[in-house]
Structures are given as C-alpha cells and as structure tokens.
Write a protein that binds this ligand. Sequence first.
Ligand code: TRP
Length: 333
Amino acid sequence: MEIVLTGITTTGTPHIGNYVGAIRPAVAASWRDNVASYYFLADYHSLVKGSEPDRVARSTLEIAASWLAAGLNPASVFYRQSDVPEITELAWVLTCMTAKGLMNRAHAYKAAVDENEARGNRDPDQGITMGLFCYPILMAADILMFKAHKVPVGKDQIQHVEMARDIAARFNHHFGETFVLPEAQISDSSAVLPGLDGRKMSKTYDNTIPLFIEEKKLRKLIMKIKTNSQEPGEPKDPGDSALFAIYRAFATEEEAAAMRRRFAEGIGWGEMKQVLFEYMNAHLQAPRHEYQRLLAAPDHVEAVLREGAERARAVSQPFMAQIRDAVGLRPLV
Ligand code: TRP
C-alpha cells in the first residue's frame, strides 16, 4: 500500500487554481487501488500566517466542504490537524533533534530575513515568529506521523518535504528505524492555472475565481478575464490565452483540440467567454450544489472531521507511544 498525504493550510476560500492543481488530483488519487490517502486541514500551520481567528474558522469549513463536494473517497482519512494532538507532540520531539542551521536555510525564513535587510531593519529577524521559523518541523511531523511515501505539493513546498526526509533520516540513525523517508510529488506544470489578469492564479495577486462561487458571479468574473485586442475573425493563439488555458484544464483532449480549431478560425473573445462560462458552469453545478448544502450543515462536516480524526489517531496514538519509547520517555515499571 502506498501512502499519500497532503495538508491544506486553512487561510482562504479554495479557487479554481487550487482545484485543478491540488483538489482534483488528490480526489482522483483517493479512488486509486493500492493507495491509502491522508488529507488534512493544516490549521496549526494557518496560525503562522496571521491572527484572524474568524477567517481560520471559516476557511476550515469552506475547505472541508470543498474537498467533500469535489468527491473525496470516504475511505481516505480526512481530518483536522489540531484534532490529532500526537502531531504537535511529535513536532516537539523532532524540534529537539533538528539542527537550527537546517531551519536557517528554509526559503520562507530566508525570504523574511532578506526582506528585513532590504528594508534596512537593524534586526534581521524583525517580525519573524518561532512559528514561521519552525514551520518545516511541524510539517515534518505531519508527514512522518503517517509514514507517508508520497507528498503531493506545489513547487514552493519541495524544500519542506526534503527537510522532513533529512529529519527522518537523522532520527532513524540515532534511535533506530522508525520513520519512512517521504518524497515530494509535484503536479505537472500544466496544472498551473492563469488568473483573471493572466498571471498565475493566486490569492496573493487577487486574481482568483473562487471554486464554488455562485453562477452569476462566475459569469461576471469570466467576462473579466484579460484578453488581447484581436477582433473576431482574426486567428488567435491558444497558447497565449488565459481563456483557453482555463478551458483546457476542464475539457477533454478532444474538446481542447476542437477549441484550438475554433481559435484558428478566429472565435471572438466575447463568444469564447460565453462558451467558457457555460462549460465551467455545467462542470461545477452539481458539486457547487453539494458545497452549498454542506456549508449550511456544519454539524455534518464537523462529524466527518471528527470521524477522520478518530481514524488518524488509531494510527498516531500507538506510533507516538513507540516514538516516546525510542527516545527514552518510558514508564518506570
Ligand atoms: N505547508 C503546506 C502549504 O503551505 C501545507 C502543509 C502543512 C502540508 N503540512 C503539510 C503539505 C504536510 C503537505 C504535507 O501548502
């Protein structure tokens, strides 16, 4: 059995870039034979990104509802990180055997230091919390606790998975074979979606299309997607069009090929936007409906997460007992 695990930080509302790049492939993996999947809401990680309690709480519901509405296999273990206290317990044990120098080299920490230096701040660590500094250790605990083989992540997270690997190897060396060495699994670049302005779809650029936005608003946003000034009838380059890229992320091979021909024939941008809207709307209608149903039933979502946490703890509790023993935290008799 291959174990696949990934976490989603609870800081926002999922957009179609998240769907194409992370949610859809993860849901597909959850239905594969010979794969055991662990997907969790990384709510402790969200505390690193700021202090907006209501936003974290709301995001937890929205992300959980999105994954369920997208068709996650109920056989996969779906839980909230903070419901599994063994993870933070393990994080401390790992903190005690992780070289500070390893954390000094983490990209996110280095970027924060560079920014302080660029601003001429006398303290290079100004505004940097221990949460940000130790973020990769908590992430290592997430991964190592469930003996994950494969960790699907975006490119920006590869280094963190490699750090988890280093930390696991070091622990195994000192205390005996305990952890599985994980590997990052990168979604292919075709899964990076452009946003409304043509740049990568990202919360940072404020150019996203929320995944389950209501129909009228979806239409409005699609009408806003940036195009060039070519007229209807002029042949157009699909490789240079955000509209085409988004269409292709949802369409089949044949549909994409047919659309390439329509671009060559000079489909007008207005018409293309209408086609894209209708296509996406048809694709998202049923899961959107389910999403709305789940948002209105937080008690149900809560029950699903609690059940997931129970299943996760059936693994983490005995494993943590083994880890405590390995490092010498043992009952006296
Ligand atoms: N740091 C990841 C991100 O920002 C989220 C995350 C937390 C994660 N723990 C994880 C991803 C464990 C994979 C495995 O995207």
